[in-house]
Design a protein around this ligand. Structure first.
Ligand code: F6P
Length: 282
């Protein structure tokens, strides 16, 4: 596993360099989800693939920017599913973006995730790692050319942040009522539109709720299970929080297709209990 984490760190240094020095415009292409690709989406994908190809323990990789799986090593054991540059449409307004990695053993699905990590490219570059077999969620930071240990991350039982995603006009009534009730109780809105910095903020500020519900225009949500939702679910669980799709833990889900999405809610215990009660009551 360490060699995968080292490949992530090398990719992160290269992507950070690309973000500050390369053209941030759009390419002529679209990704598998029909979204316009930035030149940086394509470049970040190439960088990560190049670095993961050097790791013998990886059997297969799958990128959010491509269709299907690519076979790397017969003797490998892991499948790495990654989103090379999540939230990349925020680059032109200079907000933070990130890379997300889910590492699976066996068929890629929630219960087979064995490790995950993400990198935030903000004013500083930080990365967070979790493994199924360990209860420590470790954060590191790029200092000049090397990553240094910063701290372990632990969520409080209840937070103050309410990061509510998706177009409000399309929210179901029970979801709208829950979010409004939270604001009435004193929760504060913090939402950039980048999953990585939005969840990083909740993890570092002790807790709260990030929600991306099913909506009338996106009944299966927007965020992809393998590339975005499962990796963060492992990190939240290991940090002492939870991740659900409404009532069930997201890690109990299995995608039929690598790009399948799910509604999702990440948070500390108190906020997730509220989500389960709200969604269970319907
Ligand atoms: O997956 C793409 C993404 O940019 C996430 O990083 C983010 O959480 C989400 O979309 C934001 O979507 P919306 O603008 O619909 O709230």
């Amino acid at each position: 596993m360490n060699e995968i984490f080292e490949a992530v760190k090398t990719s992160a240094r290269r992507i950070q360099h690309a973000i500050i020095s390369e053209d941030s415009g759009y390419s002529q292409n679209q990704n598998q989800s029909g979204e316009d690709q930035l030149k940086l989406d394509i470049l970040s994908d190439q960088i990560i693939e190049e670095e993961l190809r050097k790791v013998p323990s990886i059997k297969t990789i799958s990128s959010e920017e491509k269709e299907g799986y690519q076979h790397l090593n017969d003797s490998g054991v892991y499948t790495v599913c990654y989103d090379p540059l999540d939230g990349s449409s925020l680059i032109d307004v200079n907000l933070s973006v990130g890379s997300i990695f889910g590492i699976y053993e066996g068929e890629p699905k929630g219960e087979n995730i064995v490790a995950s990590c993400y990198v935030v490219y903000g004013p500083r570059v930080e990365a967070v790692f979790a493994q199924k077999e360990s209860d420590e969620v470790q954060m590191i930071r790029l200092h000049e050319d090397a990553f240094i240990d910063v701290k372990t991350i632990n969520l409080e039982p209840k937070g103050v942040i309410n990061a509510s995603g998706a177009t409000q006009q399309n929210w179901p009534a029970h979801h709208k009522a829950m979010i409004e009730q939270m604001f009435e109780e004193g929760y504060i809105l913090r939402y950039s539109g980048g999953m990585v910095p939005d969840l990083h903020q909740i993890l570092l500020k002790g807790g709260g709720l990030f929600s991306y519900p099913a909506t009338s225009d996106k009944p299966e949500g927007k965020l992809r299970m393998l590339f975005e939702v499962f990796p963060f679910a492992l990190i939240f669980e290991k940090a002492g929080g939870r991740a659900v799709e409404g009532t069930k833990d997201v890690l109990s889900l299995s995608p039929r297709h690598p790009h399948d999405t799910t509604p999702c809610f990440f948070g500390s215990d108190s906020e997730i209990e509220r989500v389960v009660a709200t969604y269970g009551d319907r």
